[in-house]
Ligand binder design. Structure first.
Ligand SMILES: Cc1cc2nc3c(=O)[nH]c(=O)nc-3n(C[C@H](O)[C@H](O)[C@H](O)COP(=O)(O)OP(=O)(O)OC[C@H]3O[C@@H](n4cnc5c(N)ncnc54)[C@H](O)[C@@H]3O)c2cc1C
Length: 328
């Protein structure tokens, strides 16, 4: 049976966290199928990057100046040539901003089975099974695909990147670029750097996340005091607080904000709308506090407290101050 391929997601020529997350996913799938795991590298200089993908059993590489940046026009044509010449059993593509449209482009061009927006991918015998989350989290499906190559689009944050960060020399199979790979419609201009003036909530161990239950901008101070009692913690929020200008956009969790996975997510006065849940449900431990015992957020919480957050937050802070040192 053919290999499991993972397409390396590159930014400024370096593999992103998502690349390693997918290699972790790919390794489990490849062992289920008893086939090798290979990283697919589309770049202008494969030799430099290949060793950082040493968690894979090998690298299938195509080098061309048009592949230097994640240009969908060039990347889709390059990927199709690789699929034609060395068809795998499964191709995993991470849904990064740069590669969002690529799985559909590639699957559509060759009429291949596509499982989109997955959080996990497994093998059941010869079938590849993915679990797309659709319509903002309202529908969780299980999709079985036969034949192949099966294209699977995986959501960021679904797997841990850590096991796959292995630096090792691996065999590299070079595939010649297709003729005329130069792009005609899409041209890379430049990377626009986001000004990083605020804390990065995607890297916090603890998030004190507040919703409309906080009631006033002045009360945010109480959440900040609580956050100060944990190591590597920050205040994050649901969207309405950001829309009102109470907190910067960098603190918003959810579909149109950040996807977070802290060790502890305290959801305070947040109802649990699907758009919010989408961004935080992979957190290790979720504690929800809400005055409404029927709030949907309790369905996703590991621990729930029916209480007024304006009473709960100072009480928790008081308890934490009694314990030293305070850690997450
Ligand atoms: C396309 C689209 C994208 C969206 N993207 C996002 C997104 O990225 N992130 C996001 O968060 N939302 C997003 N939304 C909005 C989302 O649908 C909800 O409107 C929003 O998440 C609700 O925020 P909330 O839970 O803070 O407010 P509410 O839904 O108003 O809930 C407030 C909760 O606080 C509780 N409460 C009130 N007072 C107290 C108190 N004193 N103590 C304890 N509990 C109290 C209430 O019981 C209630 O459950 C999006 C919507 C759309 C249409």
């Amino acid at each position: 049976m053919a290999d499991v391929y993972v397409l390396a997601d590159l930014e400024r020529g370096r593999p992103t966290d998502l690349t390693f997350e997918l290699l972790t996913a790919g390794r489990a799938l490849a062992s289920d199928l008893h086939v090798p795991l290979k990283a697919v590298l589309l770049t202008n200089e494969a030799g430099l990057i290949a060793p950082s993908l040493g968690f894979a059993d090998g690298v299938v590489a195509m080098s061309h100046s048009s592949l230097e940046h994640r240009n969908l026009e060039a990347w889709s044509r390059a990927l199709l040539k690789i699929l034609d010449e060395k068809p795998p059993k499964v191709l995993l593509i991470g849904i990064s901003n740069g590669l969002l449209g690529l799985p559909s482009l590639v699957a559509g061009a060759r009429g291949l089975p596509l499982i989109s927006l997955c959080r996990s991918v497994t093998a059941h015998g010869e079938e590849i099974v993915g679990d797309p989350v659709l319509f903002g989290g309202k529908i969780e499906a299980e999709v079985h695909a036969k034949g192949g190559p099966v294209v699977v689009a995986v959501r960021p944050g679904s797997y841990s990147a850590e096991p796959a960060r292995v630096q090792r020399t691996v065999p590299v199979e070079n595939v010649e670029p297709p003729e005329a790979l130069e792009t005609r419609r899409v041209h890379f201009k430049r990377y626009a750097d986001l000004e990083q003036t605020d804390v990065d909530i995607t890297h916090c161990d603890v998030l004190i996340s507040i919703g409309r239950g906080i009631q006033s901008q002045e009360n945010i101070r109480i959440a900040e005091e609580l956050s100060g009692l944990f190591r590597n913690a920050a205040v994050s929020s649901s969207r309405p607080l950001v829309d009102q200008g109470w907190l910067p956009r960098t603190r918003q969790v959810g579909r149109s904000g950040m996807t977070v996975k802290p060790r502890l997510y305290l959801a305070l006065g947040i109802s649990g709308a699907p758009e919010h849940i989408e961004g935080m449900k992979s957190s290790e431990t979720i504690v929800a506090v809400n005055t409404d015992p029927k709030a949907p957020v309790f369905e996703y919480a590991h621990y729930g407290v029916v209480a007024d957050i304006l009473t709960f937050m100072p009480r928790l802070a008081e308890q934490l101050r009694k314990r030293k040192p305070v850690v997450a």
